[in-house]
Design a protein around this ligand. Structure first.
Ligand code: ATP
Ligand code: MG
Length: 299
């Protein structure tokens, strides 16, 4: 599907209009305009579930009425659009090359969220220079009509990833229970802890087989970070191992839409509710089970 060509004229008009109104409001009430909440999703090790969490979390937020933009900042291996089955006409490559403005490449999707597609295959551009990075983040933050911007940063800690992390309100670090993923998660938290303006760091353990496993892994990382790095890491929760995730990747259809009551979807809704500071009343028996586990606790 090409969401850029046919409907994009209308979408752009709508965006331009919204932007105009926002600018008007900004002028009239400079103190009233808030910036979007920027949430980055990162990991030390690759392949731990960042893109799936980013997209499904974004859709969960949109389901409670938030305007969400997911940006694929993994400039080496873009795949947000792939998971959604969308072939974008323009992507970050055009922005980096100066051919398009960031707000011109935002794509509507049938899932209630908007995306900014990554520049897959242009790995040589993966490290922008300082100026380009800063103007990029500034432009990103000017997308004020979004309530939330979720940035899928790609794995590891390049200078790009750090720039995004520093501009974030919340930095979600994803790990799995695998020892290598845990060690690498610790590594990225260490890098963040040495930054002056460190964002709120929140840990998500993906692919857990039991509540106890999620709790054990999270506590281990959080305790070590607190003890040796003097950084407070919040336990945002976990996502269950669920074959629905693989199936939805193959179908290019996000699981929170195709299987809203699956273990993975309900886990994501819990993460969202904790980020939004609201209570989630899970559907069905499994939802109640999760609710009992998490209760009204704040992490
Ligand atoms: N909760 C889960 N249950 C089962 N499988 C999962 C789960 N989360 C992720 N996976 C599997 O892991 C694969 C990789 O997930 P994803 O692409 O989201 O990771 P990533 O961290 O974005 O990877 P990369 O570092 O390459 O960008 C998925 O295609 C899926 O097969
Ligand atoms: Mg990814």
């Amino acid at each position: 599907m090409d969401y850029n060509s046919s409907t994009m004229g209308e979408v752009k008009k709508d965006q331009a209009e919204r932007l105009r109104l926002i600018m008007q409001e900004k002028k009239a009430n400079p103190e009233m305009v808030r910036q979007p909440r920027v949430i980055t999703i990162s990991s030390g090790k690759g392949g731990v579930g960042k893109t799936n969490v980013a997209i499904n979390l974004a859709i969960a937020f949109s389901e409670i009425g938030k305007k969400v933009v997911v940006m694929d900042a993994d400039l080496g291996l873009a795949n947000v659009n792939v998971i959604l089955g969308i072939i974008p006409k323009y992507n970050l490559y055009h922005v980096i090359k100066g051919q398009k403005r960031l707000n011109e490449i935002i794509i509507d999707t049938p899932y209630g969220i908007q995306i900014i597609a990554g520049a897959s295959g242009f790995a040589q551009l993966a490290d922008l220079d300082e100026d380009a990075r800063e103007s990029f983040v500034k432009e990103l933050k000017d997308l004020v009509y979004a309530d939330i911007i979720i940035i899928d940063t790609g794995a590891g800690v390049s200078q790009n990833v750090l720039t995004f992390l520093k501009s974030a309100d919340d930095a979600i670090i994803i790990t799995t229970p695998e020892p290598t993923a845990i060690t690498d998660a610790y590594g990225i938290i260490k890098t963040i802890s040495s930054e002056i303006n460190a964002p709120n760091v929140k840990l998500v353990v993906n692919r857990v087989k039991s509540y106890m496993e999620g709790k054990r892994v999270a506590e281990r990382v959080i305790n070590i970070a607190g003890q040796f790095l003097n950084i407070k890491v919040d336990n945002l929760g976990f996502v269950f191992e669920d074959v629905t995730v693989q199936k939805s990747v193959i179908k290019q259809d996000p699981f929170i839409k195709s299987a809203p009551n699956s273990k993975a979807s309900q886990s994501i809704k819990h993460l969202m509710s904790r980020l939004a500071n609201i209570k989630y009343n899970g559907a069905g028996g499994f939802g109640r089970f999760l609710k009992n586990l998490f209760g009204g606790k704040s992490f």
